[in-house]
Ligand binder design. Sequence first.
Ligand code: 5GP
Length: 200
Amino acid sequence: MSKKGLLIVISGPSGAGKGTICKELLNRNKNIKLSISATTRPPRKGEVDGENYFFTKKEEFEEMIKNDTLLEYAKVYDNYYGTPEEYVIKNLENGSNVLLEIDIVGALKVKAKYEEAILIFILPPSLEELKNRIVGRGTESEEDIKKRYGSALDEIEQAIKYDYAVINYDVKRATDDIEAIIRAEGCKMMRMDKIIKKIF
Ligand code: 5GP
């Protein structure tokens, strides 16, 4: 008997390193499928439609909202971002674990709709380190750095609403922590009871 997959939701402030951790997690675990979001933000250099995002016109996005085909959506930095529901449900039913890398508003909407979702918040090891990482990207103006740093502090206050917090001391250790969470969640009694009844 196959088990339903786990819905893993990862969020964290800009500069916490969640993108790198998600990449490492996906490299290590072929049974985790990344959900590709739809967005109205224009592609950045090097981004590919259908790989990084489904780049969508505002009218198309609003049509998806109207037709209720999104598991959740949110407006982040003046653009819409949303998770197409069908891909997520299909893979969970097939027993694959599904990873969403989305903002806090979206993550809390997912939890309200799908209680079993596992919410993991990635934190930087210190505020000093967070600032260094935001500055270290070298792409943002002084004003942008201040804005990102300010909103990172606001976001960290929301971490308390998540199921787990993982501190990114280094990518390997943070990914190990997430794997440990996934493994323990898979053994929870509510996920195992049908299998146990069948065997015993
Ligand atoms: P970026 O534009 O830098 O790729 O993403 C900006 C923010 O939007 C990030 O915090 C990212 O996690 C979030 N995001 C990406 N996809 C989704 C989505 O489908 N739903 C929600 N709610 N947030 C998303």
